[in-house]
Ligand binder design. Sequence first.
Ligand SMILES: [Zn+2]
Length: 372
Amino acid sequence: MELTRTIRVQLEPTPEQASALARTIEANRQALEYVSRIAHERRIRNAIALQRVVYRTIRSRFGLRAQMACTVCRTVAGVYKSMKANGNTDTPAKFKHPKPVFQRNKDYVLRNGLAHITTLDGRLRIPYHVEPPYLRYLQDGWTCGAAELVQKRHRWYLHVSVSKTAPDPVGDFDAVIGVDQGMRFLVTASCGNQAMFIRGGRVKQTRLHYVRLRASLQRKGTRSAKRRLKAIGRRESRFMTDVNHQIAKAVVHFAQAQGQRPLIVLEDLTGSNLSVRFRLKDQYWRMSWSFRQLADFIRYKAEEAGIAVMLVDPAGTSETCPKCGHCEPANRSRKRHEFRCKRCGYRCNDDLAASRVIAQKGLECLRQSQGA
Ligand SMILES: [Zn+2]
């Protein structure tokens, strides 16, 4: 299982270094705009083909270094690819506030308290600072990946993505906790007869409020409405992030209370799994990033606490009987929030049933990996 995170590294450049960084950001932006125009005019969508056409110009006209010139081509090709996937094929891609991407070792490296960064003015050595909770990501077992250069007011940051391959959980766990994510209960966690429910009511209300507010501003369509829309988007995502942090913390505490060596089992909601799991009616929720964010937060916090996490396939989770394993959609009544097995008659709250099935799926995976 791959764990990834983004950590914020604050740079402390001299005024001269800051101006070199600023010029690098601007050159990168101009190069992106230029390459985007060429890609649009000549209908080139492939990064390599694009690079063949524009590479020399990027180097000579905008002064970008080799690696960054390649990254620019890849970025543009990627943006056009996702625009095409969204059905947009006739407008050129815009890059208003792009963040230059630095490849590790080639464009930047963090070494002995100094960030070595390749800019238009060559390689700079800039002192940096990392908040204590994030220091560990620059050490034991984590690998740095690409980094984005970000300027906020007068501060400079590298947003560095770090990753680590966590081994599949093996060994003796004295508690297996199944975690179900949903609408009515944002989280239902269970372990044997112990359970924890976290209600979604207040969150749902708040988000609906934002949805309505956004809709009315979109109808207005004025410039000030657009500004407010952006601000609201930021406020909403801050709200959700905060809620998700708290929930993730609660899940980890619950797990710790269940045993000395607990295992948390989550549904794997990456890729198309999200649509397998949620109905169309709940589209706003289904589309939202917050389910995945919560799953990610639980994984981070568990990892920090030394608790193993396993991801399982969500298919059929909410229709399967935790007692006899019978799987049938009619087992679950969404209206009454009730699970009632058509075969054995087992009854309980539907989200609780799902979390128990998730725990069982985790156990089954453990058994298989140990049997193999
Ligand atoms: Zn049953």
